[in-house]
Design a protein around this ligand. Structure first.
Ligand code: AMP
Length: 217
């Protein structure tokens, strides 16, 4: 299965991507995670991406596309993959077609996680990430037992720079202007499946897996 996950920041893409990838035994490729790993590792790519990420802007297409092309060239993607956070605009969607065309492949389905803006702001501003293992907690929806430490590994929790209220609002504008048009783009191609992303995580996963199973059968 070759799958793309779209939805506003805070729709739960990362969380759902993990469960869906596991269920269909395909690698989860999250461009945000790859960028963040490069920022932490102090690589050239990380240095280039950091200012865009901190501002809540998109990293330039040429950089992002080259990174995705390299990742999709790796052998573990032969049986399929789940792209989480890419494409983020229509130009990237056309580039994805071209990368897949070169590999003799095409997309099977695009899953949209649908959630309203108020909920997005609530989710993102309460989100805390573990500095050590990357696990995501939420001060209201999924708090740790141990306050400012991760229950899984004891690591320190922090708020991503791009989860601060002002940046969240800017990321939502960027989503509406640049990423939301993808929904019509893929719908027009008959590849779009929409799932309501409100409610308990397990319920959303169940709805997503049912919708995907139906879409590929
Ligand atoms: P995410 O974790 O998906 O919200 O991504 C975090 C940040 O990484 C975004 O706000 C962008 O700055 C950058 N990023 C991730 N994916 C892309 C992409 N496909 N194109 C451009 N920038 C991206």
């Amino acid at each position: 299965m070759r799958l793309v996950l779209v939805g506003p920041p805070g729709a739960g893409k990362g969380t759902q991507a993990g469960f869906i990838a596991e269920r269909f035994s395909i690698p989860q490729i999250s461009t945000g995670d790859i960028f963040r790993a490069n920022v932490s590792g102090g690589t050239k790519l990380g240095k280039l991406a950091k200012s865009f990420m901190d501002a809540g802007d998109l990293v330039p297409d040429a950089v992002t596309i080259a990174m995705v092309r390299d990742r999709l060239d790796e052998p573990d993607t032969a049986a399929g993959f789940l792209l989480d956070g890419f494409p983020r605009n229509v130009a990237q969607a056309y580039e994805l077609d071209s990368v897949l065309g070169d590999l003799g492949a095409s997309l099977d389905v695009v899953l949209e996680l649908e959630v309203d803006n108020d909920e997005v702001v609530r989710r993102l501003s309460g989100r805390r990430m573990c500095r050590k293992c990357g696990h995501i907690w939420h001060i209201e929806y999924d708090p740790t037992q141990s306050g400012g430490r991760c229950d899984l590994c004891g690591g320190e929790l922090f708020q991503r720079d791009d989860d601060q209220a002002d940046t969240v609002r800017h990321r939502l504008d960027v989503y509406a202007e640049q990423t939301a048009p993808l929904i019509q783009f893929y719908d027009g191609r008959g590849q779009l499946v929409v799932v309501d992303a409100l409610g308990p995580v397990e319920d959303v996963t169940e709805r997503a897996i049912a919708a995907l199973t139906k879409a590929i059968s």
